[in-house]
Design a protein around this ligand. Sequence first.
Ligand SMILES: [Zn+2]
Length: 285
Amino acid sequence: MLNGLSVDVEDWFQVGAFENTIARSDWDGIALRVGDNVRRVLDLFDEVGVKATFFTLGWVAEREPQAIRTIVERGHELASHGYDHTRVFTFDPGQFAADLKRSRAILEDAGGAAITGYRAPSFSIDQRTPWAHEVLAEHGYAYSSSVAPIRHDHYGWREAPRFAFRPLADSPLVEIPVTTAQVGERRLAAGGGGFFRVLPYAFSRWAIARVNCDDRRPAVFYFHPWEVDPGQPRVADAPLRSKLRHYTNLAGMADKLRRLAGDFHWGRMDELARIEAQRCVEFAP
Ligand SMILES: [Zn+2]
C-alpha cells in the first residue's frame, strides 16, 4: 500500500504556534534555516530511499531558490503551500486566487516544474471556505491535501470524509485529507505534526497500520524541515502549550522518521492522488 509522505516547507518562525509572538513584519530580519533543513531532509530521504512531496511557501522559494531546485532535481514533487502561510479561511475567493497565482509563479520559476498539488496552511480549508476547491480547480490543480477531518484547537473540519473525496461534481480535483485514526466515535490526529514527535513512535505505527489494514486506505503523513533542527533558536515568550508542541523531541525526530520509512511504503502525493482518484467518494460541503 502506497502512503503519501509530505513536508510542509516553512521556517521555524512561520508556524501558527508563534504567530502572536513573531510579527509577519519581522520575518525578513530573521536568519533563515529552512534551506539547510530542506537539504538535511533530502539527505535523510536518500538514505532511506523514499520520494515525497514538498508543499512549499512562495516566500521561502523566493529566498532559497537553490534548495527548492534541489527538491525537484532529487526526484521529489514540488507543490504549493501558499505564499506566506496566510490561512485560507481569512481570504475571500479573489484573495485566495491571487495567493495561488503568486506562489505558483515563484515555485515554478524556482523548481522548473509544473505545480499541481496544494496544501492549505494549517489545514485551513473547512466549512468556512465552501469556494476554496472551486478556486483550486479553476487554477488547474489536480489535487489538494488541505483538510484535517478532526476537531483540533487550531483547525479541523470534523464532518469531512477521512479519505480522498471529490469536492466538485464537474471537476476531477481530488482532496486527500491528512490521516486520522478512528477509535469508536473519536477521530485522532495521526498524520504527523506535534503528535508524531510528542507521543511514542508506537502510537503512529499503530495508527498507520490500522488505516492500511483495517480501513484498507493509504495514510497521509506530514512534517516540517524545522522538526529535524534541534539547534533552532528558542522563543521564550510564546505560550507554554505552543512551546511544548514545537520543541519536544526535536533531537529524536530524524530517527523516528527512519523507523517510519522502514515500517511502511511511502511515495509522492501526486502519485497517491492518481491512485485515489479511482476510488474516491463525492462530498460537497
Ligand atoms: Zn504550514
